[in-house]
Design a protein around this ligand. Structure first.
Ligand code: FAD
Length: 566
């Protein structure tokens, strides 16, 4: 491992780097000082969702300039990175949520919140159809419709079961606060059941077999939390059955935590081995029944194992409301809603999408580039000389107004430089380049640069970016040639979204964690766990949640975790 930076250096780095949702100063609402009815008609911005992306947008949007409304089935924001801690009572559920009304009340201008779920987006009539979450009374109060000038979709994603039979019926998910609370209850029920006097040893072993499907950060963190809960608290309370407990982590890939540097995956696997957590790599779950989980591996074939409780944490998929919207706007052949680099939904005016529900698409740009190269390749040979490609790039730069293409020319010349690197200067201009190979190299650069992880960091930065763009529209209109605007006609007014990575953590239990920080810094062990505590305390959305979370950690250190079945 590289030499890790000191704890205090990292703390300072995180304190100054920001990113994500930082705490806001508790200030007095200024709604009363503004007479909104006297203002000129404001554009209506409707936001769907109160997660990381939606809340970050709401905190940064100028709600005096815009009439902002938000619709969500959750009237609170959840600090998802601490959800695994809720499953075992290390942190209480209420400590990691903040009412959305508290967050929007602190803004100048009024933001309206509607407690409902968007069922349909109608981009033609610019309206959304919603169902209230509260049970309507007998006078009606069913579906309601809201019109918009701009729509910001931030509805996140649903759990991906890969259509595996039995998962929906028999597995827990870990996506919402309720999921974490249900897991906590079920863990305790498994212990109480296994402790009953009238059941045999085999049944006890079944009850105390906890299976986690998915070796990503959520699955690994839950396995670590559960192991800590059992060894630090439950072993003492259930001495007769403690030795029958088994935790299994099933992963289809060859290693766990494969989105991290492989040194972190190796560290985690070794730690879990020492802790007695069974890591089964190369296994794919094919069926879940009420009694057993069936999985397959290339080496062993199909095996079934009985279990007491299973948690499914294998990734995310698109929500039905978004799939329906994608059909309407010609994106039916895609798996995820595509936006351009300014987060506007491709093929749809005035609709933006951020966070886990969308991905930035480069396909359309590649299609345009292909068409331009086809025209340039007059003799249909499938090749162009370096000089000809340089002329094409110059041509795109001068003639084509699409900003995506314009920005791509820089990337294309970099790729071209890479392809002809090492060749003698004099000969470079006449080197023949295969167009398909050139496009492949370009797509490869794209996929490395553009595939953003589905994380809170990305979602929060996108929310902040989009709000800033909305806030600057007026300034751009007033100063069309000003510094915010690129000067050529047809160019985009704003820089495209660029993600800044501030690092990623994986808590591994036993007061140890692993972190991958910018600049390929790898840090593991006890000091990293302390860094984790500092970062997650500092990233809380309000002083209230910060105090609650820190006091939960202290309570746990002093009194242990609560093992009641409530
Ligand atoms: P969400 O935060 O999921 O928010 C979606 C919002 O949309 C919710 O308010 C939801 O109620 C609402 N909604 C849903 N359907 C509708 C509808 N039809 N109409 C209106 N509103 C709707 N990321 C990290 O960076 N670091 C971590 O340590 C980390 N740990 C995680 C741990 C767990 C257990 C989980 C589940 C996730 C973790 N993530 C982490 C990932 C991170 O939480 C997500 O990437 C992030 O929440 C995505 O933000 P979002 O705003 O797109 O979606």
């Amino acid at each position: 491992f590289r030499r890790s930076p000191t704890y205090s250096q990292l703390l300072i780095f995180f304190a100054v780097s920001g990113g994500g949702l930082v705490a806001y100063a508790d200030g007095k609402s200024e709604n009363e000082e503004l007479n909104l009815s006297q203002m000129p008609a404001r554009k209506k911005v409707v936001v769907l969702g109160t997660g990381w992306a939606g809340t970050s947008f709401l905190k940064n949007i100028d709600s005096v300039t815009y009439d902002v409304q938000v619709v969500s089935p959750r009237n609170y924001f959840t600090f998802t990175p601490l959800l695994p801690s809720v499953t075992c009572g290390t942190v209480e559920a209420r400590s990691i949520v903040e009412p959305i009304r508290k967050i929007i009340k602190k803004k100048k201008g009024e933001i309206k919140f509607w407690d409902g779920e968007c069922l349909k987006i109608d981009p033609v009539n610019k309206q959304i159809h919603c169902l209230p979450c509260v049970v309507p009374n007998s006078d009606g109060g069913g579906e309601f419709i809201i019109g918009y000038d701009y729509l910001v979709i931030a509805v996140g994603a649903r759990v991906n079961t890969f259509n595996t039979p039995g998962v929906l019926e028999h597995c827990h998910f870990l996506k919402e606060v309720e999921d974490a609370q249900n897991i906590r209850k079920d863990v305790m029920l498994c212990f109480e059941r296994a402790n009953l006097p009238n059941i045999d040893e085999k049944e006890r072993e079944k009850d105390l077999h906890f299976v986690i499907v998915g070796g990503g950060p959520t699955g690994v963190e839950f396995a670590a939390e559960l192991h800590d809960f059992i060894t630090e608290d439950l072993a003492e309370l259930y001495p007769k059955i403690k030795d029958l407990v088994k935790i299994s982590l099933i992963q289809s890939g060859e290693h766990i935590l494969n989105m991290f540097d492989e040194r972190i995956g190796n560290f985690a696997e070794k730690k879990f081995q020492r802790d007695g957590i069974e890591v089964k790599t190369g296994f794919r779950v094919v069926k879940v029944s009420d009694k057993a989980i069936t999985m397959k591996s290339k080496s062993v074939g199909e095996v079934s194992e009985s279990y007491g409780m299973a948690v499914w944490s294998t990734g995310i998929a698109t929500r039905p409301v978004i799939l329906d919207f994608m059909k309407q706007i010609g994106q039916a052949n895609r798996r995820v809603l595509a936006t351009n680099e300014w987060l506007r939904v491709c093929g749809c005016q005035d609709v933006y999408a951020l966070g886990d529900c969308a991905t930035i698409d480069q396909r359309k740009v590649m299609e345009d580039i292909s068409a331009i190269f086809r025209v340039a390749d007059k003799d249909n040979s499938g090749t162009l000389t370096v000089k000809e490609i340089q002329d094409v790039l110059e041509d795109i730069y001068v003639r084509y107004p699409q900003v995506e293409l314009y920005l791509k020319t820089k990337q294309m010349s970099d790729v071209l430089d890479l392809l002809i690197d090492g060749k003698a200067d004099a000969a470079k201009a006449s080197i023949e380049i295969n167009i398909e190979e050139f496009k492949k190299a370009l797509a490869n650069v794209d996929s490395q640069v553009k595939t953003l992880p589905a994380t809170a960091q990305v979602a929060a930065q996108q929310g902040h970016y989009l709000a800033q763009c909305f806030n600057k529209i007026k300034a751009c209109e007033d100063n069309p040639e000003g510094p915010l605007r690129m000067t050529e006609p047809g160019r985009h007014r704003f820089k495209p979204f660029r993600y800044k990575h501030f690092g990623q953590f994986a808590p591994l239990g036993g007061e140890q964690a692993a972190a991958q920080l910018p600049g390929d810094w790898i840090s593991t062990g006890h000091s990293t766990q302390w860094l984790w505590y500092s970062v997650y305390a500092s990233k809380q959305v309000s002083w209230r949640t910060r105090v609650l979370v820190v006091s939960d950690w202290l309570k746990r250190a002093i009194f242990g975790r609560d093992s009641s079945c409530i």
